[in-house]
Design a protein around this ligand. Structure first.
Ligand SMILES: Cc1ncc(COP(=O)(O)O)c(C=O)c1O
Length: 389
C-alpha cells in the first residue's frame, strides 16, 4: 500500500517535471526563430530585457489599461513610466503621455491629434519612419518631402516650404542612419510659421540625453525647444522594456483631441488608438527604469558607443568603407548588393537589415552586440563580399 502511494507520488512528480506536450510543440516553433541572447540579430532596435523586467511583464498579464477604472494601480505605474519619459525629453512632470503599443501608434496618435486641432499637411524627410506615411494615409493628410542636407532635414529648405498649419515631423535618431535632425532650428521655423512640431525620438529618446551627458553631442530634441509639442519615445527600443511598449508624451493634452466616449468602460472615455491595452509591458518598462535608473542607462549608452567605435575601426581595418560617421549606435556599411548580402548573411545565421536607398547594410549596435560578435560578423561579411568579387 505504502509502495503504491510512493509510486503514484513519483509518477505525479515525473509528470510535473516533464514539459507539457503543448510546450514541446511550441518549442518546435521557438527553435525556428532568432533570439537576442544569441547576439546574431544586428538589425533590430530591441534587446533581451533582464529577468526582473520579464517577471514584471508576466505579473500584469491580465491588466487592461484600456479600462483604467478597474486598474488604478497599473494606471499609476503608467504615470511613473511617463514621468521618466518626460525627464528624458526635458518635459515637466505635469505634461501628458501614454505608453502605447509602439512608435507607430505613438506617431499616429500625435498626427491624429494635430489634425484634429486643425493642422493640415505633413512635412518630413525621406528618412522619416514609415509610420508617418501610414498616419498620413489613415488621416487623409497630404505629405510633402523636405530635402535633406548630410542626411538631416535641411532647415533652409524647410523655411522655403513651410506654411501656417503644417505639421513638421523631425526625427531624433533616424531609422536608417541614426541621425538627429536640427530640431532647434526647425523649432524656430515652426514657431515663426505657426506649424505643429512633432519629434520622433522613438529610438534616440533613450540615447541622446546620455550622449549629451557623455560629451558626444550637444544636440537637443525635446520640450526645452519651445515649439516641440509632442515626442515619440519608445521604452521597447533602448529602454530594455519588453514588446509592446511605445511612448508618446506631449506639452498640452493632445489625448483629449482624440478622445471618444466609451460608455461601457469604468472611465467612459478612450483616448489612445487601441481599445484594450496590454499592460505587462508597462510594468516591464517601469521595472526597467527602476532596475537601471538614470545612471544605468548612461552606462548602457556608453557601452553601445564604445562598441560602435570598435565596429567603425574594424570595418575600415577590414577594407570596408563607412557610409557616414555614426551619430549614435547605428552604423551603415556600403555593400555590393544589399538584398543578396542580407540573404547570404541570414543563411549564415545573421539577422541584418539594409538601406537599399543607400546601398548599405545597417547595424544597430544594441547591448547584445559585442566585439566578439562583430569579429564573427565581419568574417562572414568579408567572405560573402569576396565570393562575389
Ligand atoms: C524613428 C522611428 N520611429 C518609429 C518607429 C516605429 O516603432 P514601432 O516599430 O515600435 O512601431 C521606429 C522603428 O524602428 C523608428 O525607428
Amino acid at each position: 500500500m505504502q509502495d503504491e502511494r510512493n509510486l503514484n507520488l513519483k509518477e505525479k512528480h515525473n509528470q510535473e517535471m516533464q514539459p507539457h506536450p503543448i510546450m514541446e510543440l511550441l518549442e518546435d516553433y521557438y527553435r525556428r526563430d532568432m533570439h537576442y541572447e544569441d547576439g546574431h540579430i544586428l538589425g533590430s532596435m530591441y534587446t533581451k530585457p533582464p529577468d526582473i523586467v520579464l517577471q514584471a511583464f508576466f505579473k500584469f498579464y491580465q491588466t487592461n489599461l484600456g479600462n483604467i477604472g478597474l486598474y488604478p494601480g497599473t494606471a499609476e505605474m503608467e504615470r511613473e513610466v511617463v514621468k521618466f519619459l518626460l525627464r528624458l525629453t526635458s518635459g515637466k512632470e505635469d505634461y501628458y503621455g501614454h505608453v502605447v503599443s509602439g512608435g507607430t501608434e505613438a506617431n499616429i496618435i500625435a498626427l491624429w491629434a494635430a489634425r484634429n486641432i486643425g493642422f493640415k499637411r505633413i512635412l518630413c524627410t525621406m528618412d522619416v519612419h514609415f509610420s508617418i506615411k501610414k498616419a498620413a494615409n489613415l488621416l487623409s493628410l497630404p505629405i510633402k518631402e523636405v530635402p535633406m542636407e548630410n542626411g538631416r532635414m535641411s532647415s533652409v529648405d524647410l523655411e522655403k516650404i513651410v506654411e501656417p498649419m503644417d505639421i513638421v515631423v523631425a526625427t531624433a535618431g533616424t531609422t536608417p542612419l541614426g541621425f538627429i535632425d536640427p530640431v532647434g532650428e526647425i523649432g524656430k521655423i515652426c514657431k515663426e510659421h505657426n506649424a505643429y512640431l512633432h519629434v520622433d525620438a522613438a529610438f534616440g529618446g533613450y540615447v541622446i540625453p546620455f550622449l549629451r551627458e557623455l560629451g558626444y553631442t550637444d544636440k537637443r530634441f525635446g520640450f526645452d525647444i519651445p515649439a516641440v509639442r509632442s515626442v515619440t519615445i519608445d521604452p521597447h527600443k533602448m529602454g530594455f522594456a519588453p514588446y509592446p511598449a511605445g511612448g508618446i508624451v506631449s506639452r498640452e493634452n493632445i489625448f483629449e483631441r482624440i478622445s471618444v466616449d466609451a460608455p461601457y468602460l469604468m472611465e467612459e472615455k478612450s483616448d489612445t488608438l487601441l481599445g484594450t491595452r496590454q499592460s505587462g509591458s508597462v510594468a516591464g518598462a517601469y521595472a526597467a527604469h527602476l532596475y537601471f535608473g538614470w545612471e544605468g542607462y548612461r552606462k548602457i549608452v556608453k557601452k553601445c558607443m564604445n562598441t560602435t567605435h570598435y565596429l567603425v575601426k574594424r570595418v575600415s581595418e577590414e577594407g570596408f568603407e563607412l557610409f557616414a560617421k555614426p551619430e549614435m549606435n547605428i552604423v551603415n556599411i556600403p555593400v555590393s548588393n544589399t538584398r543578396r548580402v542580407k540573404k547570404e548573411m541570414y543563411r549564415r545565421g545573421w539577422g541584418i537589415s539594409t538601406n537599399p536607398q543607400y546601398s548599405t547594410i545597417r547595424i544597430v549596435v544594441m547591448p547584445h552586440v559585442t566585439p566578439e560578435i562583430i569579429e564573427d560578423f565581419l568574417k562572414d561579411l568579408k567572405n560573402i563580399e569576396k565570393s562575389y568579387g
